[in-house]
Design a protein around this ligand. Structure first.
Ligand code: FES
Length: 93
């Protein structure tokens, strides 16, 4: 198990640095997971706030809905990872 659903804020997300994954919940009950390696130069992303996944290395921001870059130097989306949500438990698919 990666996380419990209750650990992922609605409209936000959680960076699991050890697993290299960021899990987001853009809408209630809808969970997404992405690689936490920034597609600009490979820094690990730092946090999730105001609807974006943020890399502090050079300021790239990615959408919590689909991982697409919304500002900063990154040009490609964070790769999505398959998730399995079973009850309150979130695992990689
Ligand atoms: S490595 Fe993330 S913005 Fe440059």
């Amino acid at each position: 198990m990666l996380a419990k659903t209750s650990e992922i804020p609605e409209g936000g997300g959680l960076v699991l640095a050890d697993q290299g994954v960021v899990i987001t919940q853009p809408k209630p009950g809808m969970f997404n997971a992405f690689s936490s390696s920034c597609t600009h130069a490979g820094c690990p992303v730092d946090n999730v706030s105001d609807g974006t996944i943020n890399c502090n290395c050079h300021g790239s921001k990615f959408s919590i809905e689909d991982g697409s870059p919304v500002s900063g130097p990154a040009q490609t989306p964070l790769p999505e990872k398959p998730l399995i949500v079973a009850g309150s438990k979130i695992s990689l698919g």
